[in-house]
Design a protein around this ligand. Structure first.
Ligand code: ATP
Ligand code: MG
Length: 453
């Protein structure tokens, strides 16, 4: 019954807003869902309390409710209210209105930042969309039922009221969550056209919560994947980062590949995964990331993207050297070319690009184990990340494990034993000398090319 109504709603039936506002939600009591108010974060409790005391409706909404019901600790808390952004802003001293196309309020409370959004109305003929149906601005306020219907998946349209400890469920979200199904609210094709990022969200949510994407929501993805090209590269980057740092990067990327969605995000990934070594490296790096996230350790986006693109850099670097380019400048040119190709799809921020380049640029320096070079490398601020990267290269079989072990021991050793550990650059230096003698004018390499062997 509701599903039939929603089909009409998303076909922009003019009576729809009134019809949707008449949807009677299920009110689920504490005894059934088990989330008491002390399960939610202090800041989200405070924000809801302050808004309610001022006479507004206020609920914890979306991911946090979903995760709590699924037994996962929420990453952050969102609050939905019938107060306008200006009214919210007035109630909280430490708050600011952000966004232009989707205005919300950030309320800061202790270490937390709560995103407070005003109930959105259903889209109408006036909704500002582009020629593919993508919604460009979304700042028309509506009822709670409309707000629920505008959310993407049924499991994300759950509202938790801390004052009554009830969950308000407009679209059978709790049932779907229990049945491990990710179901779109409304017609999936229309909803993906409104916002193609929902395809990526589907993959991320399914991987994170171990859900099956409902066939109706899954089937159109292959056909609509190209719509991602139409999404601003900065938004895709944010979403990709969420996906890779979700603690389920391996599952997410596998699903992205299965759905054909990676093409619009990581255009180089296909090529990288075609080579067995590149494939091994990428999966190892993602497994390692997932382990770190799950253990609560920090991860660096620069490191992550550096791993995803490394084998493309290697191939490009090799090709340049084969054409007679000098090793070090060839590496830098390869790095820039790969990052530029990638930037067309994902806007990797300048800061992260700089981090990626640092990690790549330090790799040849691990080949030098004589003289002052190893000491200088240890002092590099990015030494740790670069070493972790080296270790992954060794684990994937690209370079000898002996090299990674040596650096591990060298870093741990005291200054005296470090001196005894230095490996006279027999191979590298002698080879280089010989090469130079054979090729007059041949420039020195970046410090050994074991990375390319
Ligand atoms: P997580 O925070 O774990 O990544 P989340 O579901 O909370 O997951 P957010 O991006 O924080 O994701 O969004 C909060 C809520 O806003 C979602 O649960 C959903 O109800 C709604 N939402 C977010 N993005 C969209 C979208 N693209 N289309 C429709 N609703 C969305
Ligand atoms: Mg969230």
């Amino acid at each position: 019954m509701i599903r039939k109504l929603l089909r009409r709603v998303f076909r922009r039936d003019p009576v729809s807003a009134t019809a949707v506002s008449a949807i009677e939600p299920a009110i689920i009591p504490l005894a059934q869902h088990g989330i008491s108010r002390d399960h939610i974060s202090p800041a989200s409790r405070r924000v809801c309390g302050t808004l309610q005391e001022a006479g507004f409706k206020a609920f914890v909404v979306g991911g946090a409710v979903r995760d709590l019901i699924a037994g996962i600790t929420p990453k952050d808390y969102d609050v939905a209210t019938d107060a306008t952004p200006e009214q919210v802003r007035e109630l909280f001293r430490r708050s600011r209105i952000i966004g232009r196309r989707f205005r919300i309020v950030h309320v800061m409370s202790g270490p937390e930042t709560i995103e407070v959004s005003t109930f959105r109305a259903l889209q109408s003929e006036d909704t500002h969309t582009d020629e593919h149906g993508r919604i460009l601005a979304d700042n028309v306020w509506g009822s709670q039922a409309e707000d629920a219907t505008r959310r993407d998946f049924t499991i994300n349209a759950l509202y938790y009221d801390p004052s009554t400890e009830t969950v308000i469920d407009y679209h059978h979200g709790v049932g779907d969550l229990k049945q491990k199904t990710l179901r779109m609210i409304g017609d999936p094709v229309t909803r993906y056209r409104e916002d193609p990022v929902r395809m990526l969200r589907a993959v991320r949510m399914a991987a994170k919560l171990g859900l099956i994407i409902d066939p109706a929501a899954r089937k159109p993805i292959l056909e609509l994947a190209d719509l991602l090209e139409n999404v601003p590269a900065a938004r895709l980057f944010d979403e990709m980062l969420k996906l890779l740092t979700s603690g389920h990067a391996v599952a997410c990327l596998k699903q992205l590949l299965a759905e054909g969605l990676h093409k619009g995000l990581l255009p180089l990934l296909d090529v990288i995964l075609e080579q067995p070594m590149g494939e091994r490296f990428v999966w190892l790096a993602l497994e390692n990331t997932d382990e770190r996230v799950r253990a609560g350790k920090p991860i660096s986006p620069g490191f992550l993207f550096a791993t995803l693109l490394w084998h493309q850099v290697l191939a490009n670097w090799e090709a340049r050297k084969a054409r007679g380019e000098t090793s070090q400048p060839a590496l830098f040119d390869a790095m820039s070319e790969v990052l530029d190709q990638q930037a067309e799809k994902l806007a990797i921020t300048r800061k992260i690009s700089a981090d990626i380049k640092e990690i790549w640029a330090l790799q040849p320096r691990f080949d030098r184990r004589a003289g002052k070079a190893p000491h200088r490398l240890l002092e590099q601020p990015r030494y740790r990340a670069s070493y972790d990267f080296l270790r992954l290269r060794a684990l994937s079989g690209e370079i000898p494990m002996e090299l990674a072990d040596w650096w591990n021991d060298f870093a741990d050793a005291n200054p005296d034993s470090r001196e005894t550990m230095l490996v006279p650059d027999r191979d590298g230096a002698a080879k280089k000398r010989r090469r130079r003698r054979r090729k007059p004018g041949g420039a020195p390499s970046a410090g050994g090319d074991s990375s390319a062997e």
